[in-house]
Ligand binder design. Structure first.
Ligand code: HEC
Length: 147
């Protein structure tokens, strides 16, 4: 193989792999499902979360590490809402209801917020904790939510 032909093949190979790399990056970005909420809802939700939820569900919705086990009082501790526990198993309407009614109707201890927060404000708190969910968890929730 003469030198020029060698270089042509090498340069073409380099360009082709570069183009494929760009396509993969673009496709990766597009595959993330668009979130239902706006940045403004996340901001509003953060303010509400700091006022009403942080005492139990901890900073950045990290909750309690041992959320799977009941505590000394026989109750389940506040779970993380950041995508590491099972909040993502519940559709938006179910999450809204559990925040509005609290956990008491289901034998839990979380207070209900129906008297304190409007439905729109409850949605904003959900937007806030969902903003911590990685794309992969959000995609799984999205599939459940749209079943
Ligand atoms: C007094 C403590 C307390 C406060 C305040 C509180 N929670 Fe909870 N939360 C809990 C506990 C404990 C649970 C587990 C179920 C139960 O015992 O009711 C829970 C469960 C939940 C769940 C269900 C999670 C799942 O994985 O199914 C959601 C969603 C939730 N809380 C959101 C909120 C939001 C949003 C706020 C603020 C508006 C809030 N909580 C305020 C203690 C609290």
């Amino acid at each position: 193989m003469d030198n020029r032909r060698y270089w042509r093949i090498a340069v073409t190979g380099f360009l082709v792999s570069g183009i494929f790399g760009l396509i993969q990056v673009a496709a990766g970005e597009e595959s993330a499902i668009a979130r239902w909420y706006t940045g403004q809802q996340v901001e509003q939700g953060k303010t509400l979360y700091l006022a009403h939820c942080i005492a139990c569900h901890n900073q950045q919705a990290t909750g309690t590490t041992e959320w799977r086990r009941t505590g000394a009082d026989g109750n389940y501790p506040p779970p993380p809402l950041n995508g590491t526990a099972h909040a993502w198993h519940h559709a938006l309407s179910v999450l809204e209801r559990s925040i509005a009614q609290g956990g008491v109707p289901n034998g839990g201890v979380m207070p209900g917020f129906a008297a304190t927060l409007s439905q729109q404000e409850i949605r904003a708190t959900i937007a806030y904790f969902q903003s911590f969910w990685p794309d992969e968890i959000y995609a799984r929730w999205h599939a459940i939510n749209n079943r």
